[in-house]
Design a protein around this ligand. Structure first.
Ligand code: PMP
Length: 405
């Protein structure tokens, strides 16, 4: 048996994907021009799939902070915090994120993936229970593979399903740790967080929420879904990433637990990997200042949500349930999704294509993510282009039929 024989199904699917002429998983950004534009296949392309919610990757103040940090402290730390020590700025960043949430403690990680992997796999031990939403991100599923706790899945966004699972555990000893996400990354739907928190309180369960896609985007101060739901104090652990709204890379976890810092010597994804370089720490600290100082970026983002989401809905597309910065456009099957994605790219618009097995319930999607600095004209144009392709692919009824109907 060949080493890759067990991937035969995936290899077939991947071959299908490549018959369209482009491989959506090997796209080359030949040159990135701004948060919303890049050269792809030799042409200027509108980016509507990069999670760059505030457009801070090219923010002058964040770039200057990164450049100054390189001049002052070099390009990298060349080791982990436990081996090479923490730089003053790592500690300052942790303090600032903790303050942002009004929590006592914060740990930063080299990626958001590692924050989830490390914290979730370590929080729940051999006699504990880790309860996760069925549509959890890959980093949460991977944490489940590493944990010694018993893993229990509940139905996506269904507090009564969680309650049934907790009830069934009865009075078995062991902690219960419930893992949720603020905005789910594929369809952009949100956890009914208040209801989940009530269930967790009733059963004495700890709550961990991953706010990767909601930092900056949700809440009057950009603190995410936990701010909107008024449950920051009830979320024992809030995890997030620097790679989306904050425009860089890295992850964090905040908590009020007095013993939280023990994770610094127990979480392997923190202990055995190099820490964030000075340039990233500096740009993230500046990006957090921008999030606090410029709430108009959130307003602009939501104006853009209204243009794209409402525009596509009005044309008859089937969208994810939530009006928000991640817009999932349902398509009937994998090949239609890939063909549609390619037609969009040929028309100069880049979005993500998400197909089984990477999607919940085997759905095929175009996944769009909005940016505060998209212009209304860009998004109106996108709706027009998608409508044309939608008719061409038979996803939308054609114009005459619509008029007749
Ligand atoms: N959690 C969620 C919900 C995500 O969508 C992602 C990234 N797509 C991550 C965690 C991992 O974050 P990062 O890419 O910053 O490692």
């Amino acid at each position: 048996m060949g080493l890759f024989d067990r991937h035969a199904g995936l290899l077939d699917a991947y071959r299908d994907v490549r018959t369209t002429g482009y491989d959506p998983f090997q796209i080359r950004m030949e040159r990135v021009l701004s948060p919303t534009k890049a050269i792809i296949n030799g042409r200027e392309t509108l980016l509507v799939g990069t999670n760059n919610y505030f457009g801070l990757t090219f923010d002058r103040s964040c770039m200057d902070a990164a450049i100054e940090a390189i001049e002052a402290e070099g390009t990298g730390t060349t080791g982990s915090r436990i081996a090479n020590g923490s730089y003053t700025e790592h500690v300052a960043l942790e303090r600032e994120i903790a303050e942002f949430y009004g929590k006592k403690h914060c740990m930063v990680f080299t990626t958001g993936y590692q924050a989830n992997l490390g914290v979730i796999s370590t929080l729940a031990g051999p006699d504990d229970f880790l309860l996760i939403d069925a549509d959890s991100h890959a980093s949460i599923y991977d944490a489940c593979k590493m944990t010694q706790a018993e893993v229990v899945r509940f139905k996506h966004n269904d507090p009564s399903s969680l309650e049934a699972r907790l009830r069934r555990l009865g009075d078995k000893p062991g902690n219960r740790v419930v893992v949720l996400e603020g905005i789910y990354s594929m369809l952009g739907d949100r956890a009914p967080l208040g209801d989940f928190v009530n269930v967790c309180k009733k059963y004495g369960a700890y709550v961990l929420i991953d706010e990767a896609h909601s930092l900056g985007a949700l809440g009057d101060h950009g603190r995410g879904l936990c701010e909107v739901a008024g449950v920051i104090d009830d979320c024992h652990f809030i995890v997030g990433t620097f790679s989306k709204t904050l425009g860089a890379i890295g992850g964090y976890c905040v908590s009020d637990d007095p013993d939280f810092d023990i994770l610094r010597v127990t979480v392997r994804a923190y202990m055995f990997t190099a820490s964030l370089p000075p340039s990233i720490v500096a740009s993230v600290r500046q990006a957090l200042r921008v999030v606090k100082a410029r709430p108009e970026l959130r307003t602009q983002l939501w104006d853009n949500v209204a243009t794209l989401y409402d525009g596509l809905k009005a044309q008859g597309f089937t969208l994810g349930p939530e009006h928000g910065p991640v817009v999932g456009v349902h398509l009937p099957d994998r090949m239609t999704a890939i063909g549609f994605w390619r037609a969009m790219l040929d028309a100069g618009i880049y979005v993500n294509v998400a197909v089984p097995p990477a999607t919940p319930n085997g759905v095929s999607l175009l996944r769009c993510s909005l940016c505060a600095v998209h212009t209304k004209e860009q998004l109106d144009h996108m709706v027009e282009v998608m409508t044309g392709i939608g008719r061409q692919f038979g996803v939308l009824p054609d114009k005459q039929l619509r008029a007749a109907g």
